[in-house]
Design a protein around this ligand. Structure first.
Ligand SMILES: [Zn+2]
Length: 63
């Protein structure tokens, strides 16, 4: 199996460059940004976190 057929490898290729960056978007109600992290234990797993503005209505609903 080469990288082209492996969804995990494709994901790593897409998300790898975004590690440590703030990716704009992720919320329609505020100026949110996303951060990408690779799971320390499961290298094929990724964590994408959306960071909302303090004033975001969606963010307030979650609290
Ligand atoms: Zn938001």
């Amino acid at each position: 199996m080469n990288d082209h057929d492996d969804p995990a490898a494709q994901l790593a290729q897409a998300l790898g460059p975004l590690i440590g960056q703030r990716v704009p978007g992720g919320c329609e109600d505020c100026d949110a940004y996303r951060t990408v992290k690779r799971d320390a234990q499961h290298r094929r797993m990724w964590h994408v976190t959306v960071h909302h503005d303090d004033t975001c209505p969606q963010f307030r609903q979650m609290r």
